[in-house]
Design a binder for this molecule. Structure first.
Ligand code: ATP
Ligand code: MG
Length: 456
């Protein structure tokens, strides 16, 4: 039997509904504020929520939004004693299945419940079907449908559950640390620690004792024994960041750990075995560092077992809009702002920007727009001048999006997408194979789009 949760502080509504739904054999529970309601919902125990618009702790609409974030398949029916048409419109716009004015007749509420449950079941089935059809690889919290990102995700999934050393390279802000964390959380070591060490930030001697630990009296200031990060990461993953700038002496020590899986505490001759997965990252070109003698060749070969190169953001523009929306949702939630959205021209400006600071820079811009923005709409005025300037340059070369009405994103992007494809085809003399390569999409995706836009 479906489980129904009533989120309403009114004892009268509670007892009425509890009786009515009990008679019908529904599994029924009640909560009197938003936080209490979210507990069973977040656990996925609830199929349908009846929520009062004036729910203490944030209101019914807020509850609706939170539900859509954690369990979008849960149906929500909003109730209100002072319901106006505007309230009803707002509720439905936010994705409520129905809206009932109080007081309601028993039949009314039963019909609404049946309908909402039916809709939710259909939606669930659709999602399941879509997931089964969708062959995209997903990593939690990592956005990326660009082919290069997809192939990185595949690698991550393949090697996650091995102890293979992984080297992640790429410009600053491209997501190296995030990927290292994903790798850890996908492995069977996920319940073990994830220990991060910035190898570029510490002077050589400190770094050594930090990583390997030391015994009391090993050097001035070593007043007691200290466990190093390698031992602390036992059973988990150690993430050695900025490995490209580490000293020659440190590189020899690291080579030893990689070869023999043992460490020595500073000031001690005893070796200790370590059970860790090692992930390394650098934004330096290690091959070049090897050529110039800054980085040991033997170490390079040891760590270069599985190498992942994060592409700069400017080389995966198709991900920019998704990343921007992802950050917008996250920051709006974190800063307690209502659901926000980009205007189509603001989004286009973001897509056209060069992003020298990569994903981190985009993330910072979006947070700034959320914090400073006064309306739920993020437009050009909310973006830094540099971004807007980039958009203007793009508009001068392309025919731009104009100042027409704000369209749903998909429709708004269809025009530019079509023009980009046409340009690519013209550039490649109509050779679809080449055009697909230039666009960074596979052939079947291109064919699909050609059909969709009726391009021949
Ligand atoms: N594909 C992505 N999806 C979602 N968030 C991302 C993605 N890539 C990066 N981020 C976010 O962008 C920010 C920068 O990423 P991260 O810190 O992993 O970059 P980095 O390559 O380690 O940078 P640095 O070289 O400066 O250490 C983080 O907040 C991260 O969560
Ligand atoms: Mg990092």
């Amino acid at each position: 039997m479906p489980k129904i949760l009533l989120a309403d502080p009114d004892p009268r509504t509670q007892s009425d509904l509890s009786r009515l739904l009990g008679e019908r054999g529904f599994d029924f529970d009640a909560a009197t504020d938003l936080a209490a309601a979210m507990l069973p919902i977040a656990d996925g125990e609830v199929d349908l929520v009846l929520a009062d618009l004036q729910l203490p702790g944030g209101g019914g609409i807020k509850l609706l939004e939170e539900i859509q974030h954690v369990h979008p398949d849960t149906a929500v029916v909003l109730l209100s004693a002072f319901g106006s048409v505007q309230d009803a419109v707002q509720a439905m716009r936010h994705g409520a299945a129905d809206f009932l004015g109080k007081p309601f007749a028993p039949d009314q509420v039963l019909v609404a419940i049946d309908r909402a449950l039916e809709k939710a079941a259909l939606r669930k089935e659709n999602h399941a079907l879509r997931d089964a059809l969708d062959d995209r690889v997903r990593l939690d919290n990592v956005v990326g449908t660009d082919p290069r990102m997809q192939s990185i995700f595949k690698t991550v999934k393949t090697v996650a559950d091995t102890r293979t050393t992984v080297l992640i390279t790429g410009e600053s802000g491209t997501g190296k640390t995030l990927l290292a964390r994903s790798l850890h959380s996908l492995s069977s070591r996920r319940h073990g620690p994830f220990v991060e060490v910035n190898c570029g930030a510490l002077p050589e001697t400190l770094l050594e004792s930090e990583l390997f630990g030391h015994t009391k009296g090993a050097f001035t200031g070593a007043v007691r024994d200290k466990v190093g990060k390698f031992e602390a990461a036992s059973g988990g993953t150690i993430f050695l960041d900025e490995i490209g700038t580490s000293s020659p002496a440190f590189q020899i020590k690291l080579l030893r750990v990689l070869q023999d899986r043992v460490i020595e505490r500073v000031g001690d001759t005893k070796t200790v075995g370590v059970d860790v997965r090692i992930v390394l990252a650098t934004n330096k070109d290690l091959e070049q560092a090897v050529a110039s003698g800054e980085f040991r060749e033997d170490l390079y070969y040891r760590i270069n077992v599985v190498a992942i190169e994060m592409p700069p953001l400017r080389e995966r523009r198709t991900d920019i809009a998704n990343l921007a929306e992802h950050f917008l949702r996250r920051f709006a939630r974190e800063h307690g702002k209502p659901a926000m959205h980009f205007t189509d021209r603001a989004l286009q400006a973001l897509v056209d920007s060069p992003w020298p600071g990569n994903v981190r820079q985009l993330e910072n811009f979006v947070e700034r727009a959320v914090v400073l923005g006064e309306s739920p709409e993020v437009d050009l005025r909310d973006l830094p001048k540099a971004v807007v300037a980039a958009a203007a340059t793009a508009a001068a070369t392309d025919d731009g999006l104009g100042d027409g009405p704000i369209l749903p994103l998909k429709e708004a992007l269809a025009g530019p997408e079509r023009r980009i494809i046409e340009r690519a085809l013209a550039h490649c003399d109509g050779n679809r194979e080449k055009a697909a390569r230039v666009l960074g999409i596979n052939r079947s995706t291109l064919f699909h789009k050609l059909r969709k836009y009726g391009i021949r």
